[in-house]
Design a protein around this ligand. Structure first.
Ligand code: NAP
Length: 534
């Protein structure tokens, strides 16, 4: 019997494990993979790379970790990140508290003794007082159910299941389906290497340059010396990125000045075009269209064939799908070995033995790369087989969309504290969730200090929080009407429901602090299990 079980050894789960252990709890982490890193363990496709600054994404709580690790690029690639998370886990001696190859299949709440029983796929069972799912918002790959998929005789692979040994794409005929952040990274990386690349695009995306660069030794030092300054900047910003919106509206500046701002943001490394744009970027459709017009002109400048440029130019407002960052992505379409197929104009009919059949042609391929994203945000939590009070499942409780209080608690699921799930910390994930992980430790310490064996969150408080999250998004028409994974609209049959809290992270932290200061009034508590006390 453990004090706590953390599910998942990704960037959030690793930190949570460390903090709970530091607090003296008997804690074990169950991890489905064979090593740590979560997203950065599974997503090892060619070109996988961060699009937030490495030093603004990774851990800032330990001087030793900062000093002993050298970031050598502004935006670290997957192999580097995987090494980093292994380094952290070894440096903090966390590996001995992690059970690998441990895919959780069920978590059942036992009212009689107020504990959770957790089963993993190989039949082993664990028991814990506190259950802390930290399985991440991008952990369940979505594979479209194309007819004939099983007939394909070549290699077919979802980007999130990329094998450790890699796939040699040299000289191969390859198709990539999907052009979100993942598809774009793959296309730009493999285009020079493969014999022929066909990109099948359902919706083009507004991508801007990543502008990655290699650090000089001076920059390596400067990053270490200023890690905490960068940390503070992320903590103070709305979504825990390094940037905030500029406090001026789009049409309050003269056209030439506006163009200069767009141009500067476009060329600056990272998320600036999204995060440091005019403050009305998402609240004013005209302002958004102005930014999109600038980006469309860039696509047409960079892509030689006007027809291809047209297909690559999105129709949806900028940033109503999470905007990807790219490195010579648009130039890939100028290569003679790269074709673009716009699926609304030429849909896939079926997959055949040799390749992809569309309404217009058969595309013979050796490798089919499926970059169609994830059952995002709620998907991984719903796969844990969580059963709360009276056998009610999380799947049932969230059938119409997630229902949480502050993204941490779910009514009817006592002694469960979710880290990094829906309706809570949102933005530059590790930075947003650091605070929540700390808060969870303090909450558990409070419960233990006060002899509280069982708690459940107040249903009305949860109801208000869910309403508040919905109000925040529906008050912004551009976001209210968007089709994206935040709304679940990328998964056929998934109930359309907004799954994130889009208020500012500093405001979110103020709310959490208030709850703690007031002694967690939203938590109904008992000093003995409910049945035993009766
Ligand atoms: P995604 O953004 O959901 O993109 C999936 C792509 O597949 C979209 O182009 C989508 O088209 C397409 N698609 C889905 N179902 C399809 C179908 N049945 N037929 C044809 N096309 C289909 O997924 P992702 O690119 O894996 O990225 C998910 C999130 O992970 C990102 O938004 C980002 O937050 C994160 N990420 C970050 C990085 C990074 O640089 N740090 C890299 C990768 C991912 P529609 O748009 O029409 O649905």
């Amino acid at each position: 019997m453990h004090d706590a079980i953390v599910i998942g050894a990704g960037v959030n789960g690793i930190y949570q494990l460390h903090r709970l252990r530091e607090a003296g709890l008997d804690v074990v982490t169950l991890e489905a993979g064979t090593s740590v890193g979560g997203t950065w363990f599974w997503n090892r496709y060619p070109g996988a790379r961060l699009d937030s600054e490495a030093y603004a994404y990774t851990y800032a709580f330990s001087k030793e970790l900062i000093e002993e690790w050298d970031w050598v690029e502004e935006f670290a690639d997957q192999p580097t990140l995987e090494r980093y998370f292994n380094f952290v886990v070894d440096r903090l001696d966390l590996r001995r508290s992690i059970v690998f190859d441990a895919r959780v299949v069920s978590c059942r709440w036992n009212e009689s003794d107020a504990i959770w029983t957790v089963d993993i796929a190989d039949g082993r069972q664990f028991r814990t007082k506190y259950l802390i799912p930290a399985t991440g918002i991008m952990a369940v790959p979505y594979m479209p159910p194309w007819e004939g998929l099983d007939d394909f005789e070549g290699v077919k692979i979802h980007t999130a299941d990329w094998p450790r040994e890699g796939i040699d794409l040299t000289g191969k005929r390859v198709a990539v389906v999907g052009v979100g952040s993942t598809g774009i990274q793959i296309v730009q990386t493999i285009a020079p290497q493969v014999e022929h690349l066909t990109v099948l695009q359902r919706t083009p995306n507004w991508a801007v340059p990543l502008a990655n660069y290699t650090f000089t030794p001076e920059r390596v030092r400067e990053v270490k010396d200023n890690y905490l300054t960068y940390y503070d900047a992320t903590a103070d910003s709305r979504s825990c990125f390094l940037w905030n919106a500029r406090p001026v509206n789009t049409f309050d500046v003269a056209p030439d000045e506006r163009e200069a701002v767009y141009s500067e943001l476009y060329h600056r490394p990272g998320m600036s075009f999204y995060q440091n744009n005019f403050q009305d970027l998402l609240s004013d459709a005209e302002a958004n269209a102005e930014a999109a017009r600038f980006l469309a002109s860039k696509i047409h400048q960079r892509v030689n064939d006007p027809e291809t440029a047209r297909k690559l130019t999105p129709m949806h407002p900028y940033a109503t799908k999470r905007p990807p960052l790219e490195t010579r992505y648009y130039e890939a379409y100028n290569q003679p070995n790269v074709d673009l197929i716009s699926l609304p104009e030429e849909p896939i009919v079926r997959i055949t033995k040799e390749g992809i059949q569309t309404t217009e042609r058969v595309i013979p391929i050796d490798v089919l790369i499926v970059a169609t994203g994830f059952d995002a945000i709620t998907g991984s939590f719903l796969k844990l087989g969580i059963e709360g009070v009276g056998g009610q499942t999380l799947v049932e409780a969230w059938a119409d969309g997630p229902r949480t209080f502050m993204g941490i608690f779910g009514h009817g699921f006592p002694n469960m504290l979710i880290l990094g799930g829906p309706q809570g910390s949102n933005g530059n994930q590790p930075r947003c969730t650091t605070f929540v992980a700390d808060w969870i430790v303090e909450c558990i310490q409070y419960l233990r200090a006060n002899g509280i064996e069982r708690f459940d969150v107040d249903e009305e408080a949860q109801h208000e929080w869910v309403d508040y999250c919905n109000e925040l998004v529906t008050s912004i028409p551009l976001l209210r009407d968007a089709e994206n994974w935040q709304w679940g609209s990328n998964i056929p049959g998934k109930k359309r429901a907004y799954m994130l809290y889009i208020g500012s992270q500093p405001d979110f932290r103020v709310l959490l602090e208030k709850i703690a200061d007031e002694g967690y009034p939203q938590l109904h508590r008992s000093s003995a299990p409910v049945e035993a006390a009766q």
